[in-house]
Write a protein of this length. Structure first.
Length: 102
């Protein structure tokens, strides 16, 4: 087994399959949707009526704190940034594949 594996090209790089691209697209959509949810949900009325807010009265002050809401929204922005960076990485991959094919 000294030769290249089926997923390696003779140039030494690994060849991407269609399921790698599909997995990347699914990951991009997941990160983007999660990011939008985390960005918007803390500022909706449902935030005040969820299970954790009604768990104990002592947690209500923490749960309604705008800083906590902003922190959760910040996590949403990070997820959106991750999805954009992965989209750009996937775009570069497609560009490299089309350059090799021609």
């Amino acid at each position: 087994m000294d030769g290249p594996t089926p997923e390696e090209t003779p140039q030494g790089g690994s060849r991407r399959r269609w399921y790698h691209a599909l997995g990347a697209v699914v990951f991009i959509f997941f990160c983007f949707e999660l990011g939008v949810f985390l960005l918007l949900f803390p500022w909706m009325d449902l935030w005040e009526r969820n299970y954790f807010a009604s768990l104990t009265p002592a947690w209500t002050g923490v749960w309604m704190n705008p800083y906590l809401r902003g922190a959760v929204s910040g996590l949403g922005l990070i997820n959106i940034g991750i999805s954009i960076s992965e989209l750009l990485r996937l775009r570069r991959f497609w560009r490299r594949q089309s350059d090799r094919g021609s």
